[in-house]
Design a protein around this ligand. Structure first.
Ligand code: NDP
Ligand code: NDP
Length: 318
């Protein structure tokens, strides 16, 4: 498969594994890259020396291109940027911040820069800032999310109508059929997160992986919009947040309830009661744990089958 994104990243398939805090370290990223997709290390959960270690291990585990996701909310961002440049990481996905801040500097270092957005307005800003591609992430996605609740189905054509740079669709995609749908809407590639949590290579805790496998339709919800909107599984911690809303808690009370390190507690340490479990709506479709390479080949094979079915369907109208 060759298109704008496979050419830009020098990869085999236009399939990208999302950078996910606590869930995507070097093991998952290198496995996806070795399988022909683009693996991403989620640096938001890593102290500077941990990111250094993960990039080194990733380079040892794969000869293929890989990327680092850099959430711009991260407190020690300058350290991360220096580590990324020092190791000559080929691609960086920035998110949750202004793409103007670091794009020029990363590009001067020879790095391909992609920015994650949740609206057409910010996609245009990212293009103006000089990024090489954008990820448009819809409401279905797990973790941090846009405020406007624009679904992937609406977001992709909206973004496509305003930008000319390559477009990667994210949110609610976990299968080859979903990949084809997103590409039919105008995307050049897809970014998939939740599906890869249920793999042995993901650094998520086994308890969280099991919850992803058990998840049913309706088991996640977007919440905490007053702080940073986030899609979470409806576990006891989520219920506490709901109760806080019912008693009309102030933003300060919500912040106090959230506290610090909830995501680590839930996703990395496996505390299913008090931790935050960030996963997308597509978790309702994930029923089996599989090695990352199998996930990639299954998605690509299903994409091809679905594409053939569409070609067949064409004749029905003739
Ligand atoms: P790794 O190379 O996977 O980890 C190296 C270092 O990175 C460790 O310090 C580890 O933290 C940290 N780390 C791993 N994944 C992430 C991530 N996604 N975000 C932030 N930091 C991360 O090898 P290890 O042998 O150290 O660990 C193997 C695996 O065992 C881990 O990836 C994890 O899945 C699991 N593990 C879970 C623990 C927990 O639940 N608290 C503790 C230890 C391991 P750390 O020093 O906390 O391990
Ligand atoms: P909190 O403020 O609740 O906690 C900070 C967590 O990040 C702790 O678990 C801490 O680990 C870890 N951490 C890693 N590096 C640092 C550092 N340099 N300084 C302080 N803490 C660090 O934040 P969250 O857990 O909700 O989110 C963590 C980070 O992940 C955010 O800063 C944000 O950048 C990013 N994020 C990005 C998302 C995205 O882009 N989609 C989604 C969600 C979060 P420890 O407990 O071991 O101290």
């Amino acid at each position: 498969m060759k298109n704008k994104i496979t050419e830009l990243f020098q990869i085999k398939y236009p399939l990208i594994q999302a950078g996910m805090i606590w869930c995507s370290g070097w093991e998952l990223a290198s496995a996806v890259s070795n399988a022909g997709g683009l693996g991403i290390i989620g640096s938001g959960s890593m102290y500077p020396e941990i990111l250094d270690e993960h990039i080194r291990k990733c380079k040892e585990a794969t000869q293929k291109p890989f990327a680092v996701n850099l959430p711009m909310l991260y407190p020690n961002i300058e350290d991360h940027i220096q580590t990324i440049i020092k190791h000559q990481v080929p691609i960086v996905f920035t998110s949750a911040g202004n793409p103007k801040t670091y794009t020029a500097r990363l590009k001067e270092a020879g790095i391909t820069v992609v920015h994650v957005v949740s609206s057409a307005k910010f996609a245009l800003k990212a293009q103006e800032a000089g990024v090489d591609a954008v990820v448009a992430e819809g409401f279905e996605a797990g973790g941090h999310n846009g405020r406007d609740e624009t679904t992937t189905m609406c977001l992709i054509p909206l973004v496509k109508s305003v930008v000319s740079i390559p477009l990667i669709a994210a949110g609610g995609i976990g299968t080859g059929r979903g990949m084809l749908a997103a590409m039919t809407l105008g995307a050049d590639a897809v970014q998939i997160g939740s599906r890869f949590i249920a793999s042995p290579e993901s650094s998520a805790h086994q308890n969280f992986k099991n919850e992803v496998l058990k998840a049913q339709e309706g088991d996640t919800m977007l919440t905490l919009k007053e702080l940073t909107p986030v899609r979470l599984m409806k576990n006891p911690f989520f219920e506490k947040v709901t109760e806080a809303y019912e008693r009309c808690a102030t933003d300060e009370e919500l912040q106090e309830l959230l506290g610090r390190g909830r995501a680590k507690r839930g996703m990395f340490e496996g505390d299913l009661v008090e931790g935050e479990l960030e996963v997308g709506q597509i978790s309702g479709l994930i029923k089996e744990m599989k090695p990352a390479a199998e996930i990639v080949s299954e998605i690509i094979n299903e994409f091809k089958v679905a594409l053939n079915e569409r070609s067949d369907a064409k004749y029905a109208f003739e």
